[in-house]
Design a protein around this ligand. Sequence first.
Ligand code: PLP
Length: 440
Amino acid sequence: MSLSYEELAELDEPRLVTPIPGPNTQAVVERDERVTSPSLPRAYAFAPERGAGVMVEDVDGNVFLDLNSAIAVCSTGHAHPLVTEAITRQAGKLLHYSASDFYLPIYSELCSRIDDIAPMTNTRTFLANSGTEAVEAALKLARNHTGRQYALAFFGSFHGRSYGSVTLGASKAVYRAGFGPMLPSVVHAPYADCLYSFSDLEHPDSPGYIEEVIFKRLIKPSELACIVVEPVLGEGGYVVPPRRWMEMLKSMCDEHGILLVADEVQSGMGRTGKMWAIEHFDIEPDIILSGKGIASGMPLGAMTARSELMTWPKGSHGSTYGGNPVSCAAALATIDLIEGELQVNAAKIGELLKDGLLHMAARHDFITEVRGLGLMLGVDFSSVQIADAVEKAAFERGALLLQAGERAIRMSPPLVINERQADAGLRIFDQACAAVTAAA
Ligand SMILES: Cc1ncc(COP(=O)(O)O)c(C=O)c1O
């Protein structure tokens, strides 16, 4: 018999009722592979039907523990009642009116709410439909405001798949292959002084690299409009940079009038135990970008900048759907929940999960590092084959995980996860590692 929403949300662990993947999933996969774009990078055969909190049921009635949050998106858990209520209420009133051309009240209400929580004071916000659009908006604003054309980003980073953001990203060559030429005037430097995603290559310290290589040999700092950085590397492997590195970036930006853009599409919205990951470094960016977790699954991105930077003229940027009222309603409810208790829960359960993973690392030799902040945790393995095998073994046992970087698995559960569900996640992760050892 089908579980109610509450019953599903309260489950502590997976319930598998068919072999994985089940027959209905296989049928979905078979149709999908005939009609969808082959560019989509599917991880494994999971076909979700409904979700409640941390639990997701597939089309065969198997219940999984979602340690991905649908890739760091469903921050408040699947279909949080307060979020779905806000969405339903708004959908019953007004589905759409373009905020680019008219004064949509809920659009400015959300911008004002983001101003309240932003890590810098006195901001304005542009709302978009996705993370990549927020990145594009930041690039355009930085060039337009500074009158400079160059942007600097980091190896290992991911900023999205539209042309500006894919040019900024440098995590995997496949994202760029066959799509050139990329946007001109974008340069890259090593991310911090640690390049987990580049195996064990010796490399120069990154601030030194920016001064010695980029500023001396490629472009003058006075030509650089912005430095775009993920305060915790997301797709690139959940890497937390050293504090002094972030501080050096900030002082470099201040010295040369370069705008510091924090891409918090993945790391923001309470995921690291603070509203923004950059708050762990006590640094104020000039522009902050959000997406993913901001609206619990509704499409929304935000580019928030210090007010005095928003000098671009009327008509220079806009969007038909960006900041549509239903996504705004979801975001307002999401922010209330995150501010209320979820960011605290993210810090608390994040500690518990990290401790458990560190203990596990002592038992499984192939775990080479456990890192992260709050509920943004990365587990590095000795090879990508092992990371692959652990991801698959966890899936077969009912836990949804996803790889990141060269050979890591990321753990980014919904911020509503409780201790019992975290324990179940650890237990399954441990069993998956043991099964991979046994198979080897
Ligand atoms: C840090 C970061 N920036 C930007 C993006 C792009 O967001 P979207 O897929 O919504 O365009 C992502 C997506 O994974 C991301 O992790």
